[in-house]
Design a protein around this ligand. Structure first.
Ligand SMILES: Nc1nc2c(c(=O)[nH]1)N[C@@H](CN(C=O)c1ccc(C(=O)N[C@@H](CCC(=O)O)C(=O)O)cc1)CN2
Length: 293
């Protein structure tokens, strides 16, 4: 079997076209959605992701507010920047690009974001609402990668109800947040959360109808652990230097040979990354519409 491709680039282009129409309608009513980004330091990956977020905004008509800050910033100085964005009426929602430098308290920073402006859905209040299932139909932002991953499957006509999803990885942006979403009645999947400390991971993976590989460990999902016909989402992002070209490249969590066993697979790059980005725009437009019914 050769797996069909879950094409995140194509789906995100479609969604961006839909969002552009929604933004145009908002602008016609005098409402201009604005997305803020807060970037600390000069990590090349984070700089690339933030630049991409601003390109996306320009494409759909969302205003960009950008705060690029030095690596040396103190906790107090960073919190003051967040307080400004919390008070800025031009900012519909904003994100703090992760990871932050080690001297900063990430939990305290995420908690400082006004939950109403939390475009990433990572504020404890919004994650709590997700777990309590009070976030329906769409009243507060949902974490971008989990929601984007589900949308990618839905837009390819994949029915999740009754499926057993095995998630690999316990990080806050994906692993911990995707279970509460997938087990909502609207999706009705059954979820097993595993991680790098799970004993018998391969045996659990072989029971999965859907694998969400988000551990950030290259090759943690082996082709031999994928049930024939399973759906495989490769979310993990690691970087390595290509020995032939000397260039840095993205490596996912899934053994490429899994494409010979699975029925559907998300490429990496080109699968979940673009869906993460477009979900961020969706969160901003949803918020602008919710605040201006
Ligand atoms: N505040 C946040 N920080 C981080 C998040 C997040 O959701 N919120 N997720 C990641 C980084 N990220 C978004 O910020 C992100 C990762 C990857 C992509 C993407 O489009 N990737 C491309 C490949 C890019 C490459 O070659 O490096 C793809 O998959 O096709 C977009 C956004 C951590 N931080």
């Amino acid at each position: 079997m050769t797996a069909q491709i879950l094409d995140g680039k194509a789906v995100s282009s479609t969604i961006k076209a839909e969002l552009k129409e929604r933004v145009t309608a908002l602008r016609e009513r005098g409402i201009v959605p604005g997305l803020g980004t807060v970037l600390v330091g000069s990590d090349p990956g984070s700089q690339w992701y933030v630049a991409g977020k601003h390109r996306d905004c320009a494409e759909v008509g969302i205003e960009s507010i950008r705060r690029d800050l030095p690596e040396s910033i103190t906790q107090e100085e960073l919190e003051a920047v967040l307080d400004e964005l919390n008070a800025d009426p031009a900012c519909t929602g904003y994100i703090v690009q992760l990871p932050l430098p080690a001297h900063l308290d990430t939990d305290a920073i995420l908690e400082r974001v006004d939950p109403e402006k939390d475009a990433d859905g990572l504020h404890p209040t919004n994650l709590g609402r997700l777990v309590l299932n009070v976030n329906r139909p769409i009243s507060t932002p949902l974490p971008c990668t989990p929601r984007g991953a589900i949308e990618l499957m839905q837009r390819h006509g994949i029915e999740l109800a009754g499926k057993h999803v095995v998630v690999v990885g316990r990080g806050v942006t994906v692993g911990r947040a995707i279970g509460p979403l997938l087990t909502r009645r609207e999706f009705n999947a059954t979820v097993t959360l595993t991680h790098t400390g799970t004993v018998g991971l391969d045996d659990l993976l072989r029971t999965a109808d859907v694998i969400v590989a988000a551990a950030g460990v290259p090759g943690i999902v082996k082709a031999s652990a994928v049930k024939p016909g399973a759906i495989v989402l490769d979310v993990g992002v690691s970087r390595e230097t290509d020995p032939e070209t000397g260039k840095s490249r993205v490596v996912g969590d899934v053994d490429p040979a899994a494409a010979d066993v699975a029925s559907w697979i998300s490429p990496n790059p080109g699968g979940i990354g673009p869906m993460t980005r477009v979900q961020l725009l969706t969160n901003v437009v949803d918020t602008a519409e919710r605040l201006n019914p």
